[in-house]
Design a protein around this ligand. Sequence first.
Ligand code: ADP
Ligand code: NI
Length: 222
Amino acid sequence: MAASTDKAQQDDIIAAAIAFARDFHEKDDTGHDWWHIQRVSKMTERLAEAEGANRFVALLAALLHDVADEKLNESKESGLRRVQSWLESQPVAAADCGHVIEIISTMSYNAGLNPPMRTLEGQVVQDADRLDAIGAIAIARCFLYAGKIGDPIHDPGIKPRDSITKEQYRNEGSTAINHFYEKLLKLKDRINTPSAKAIAEERHRYMERYVTQFHAEWDGLL
Ligand code: ADP
Ligand code: NI
């Protein structure tokens, strides 16, 4: 098989990936709805252009990245197999298929414990996904997720945890405001590319203003 996917077939493959991902994420209420995938895909295209990454590979990985999410599958492995078998049903070159699977299997936040992404395409997709967890939309996603798992918006008696294991991150009860300190406000220092860093800084400042205002209102000062 050719080392890279036939250019003439790339648009059709992307269209098929959009249909596949849209169908998979349509009923999701865990913060991985189709609109998240659409925003990450759009940002991936923007960053790939700015950073000179392979648009086809990066966009394909962005569209499929949460199809393999372990929360939406029986296990991480079965999620990856789902993506792999879809890729094999398409005329995607073996090298591109392997690259997309590598990106998807290594990009998750995983409590900040995963090693850096190996390729520029992986860095771009990871940045696009992380940017969706920083800023105004991220604030909305955070409260939606907290509501879904039964966490309160805030509880001064429950302190943010400094370092947490993957299991704690997934399973322990906390609060929406703590999630800002445990993850969201840390993300800007975990961005790979300069183009994404600039966007992250601006969104980060917005979130900082938000939590400052939140605490001031909580204390009845504003
Ligand atoms: P990812 O798969 O990108 O690491 P998650 O699946 O952990 O993201 O989360 C999806 C969205 O929900 C993100 O915006 C994330 O910040 C938010 N989220 C995840 N865990 C929590 C939590 N415990 N409390 C509030 N929001 C959360
Ligand atoms: Ni995602």
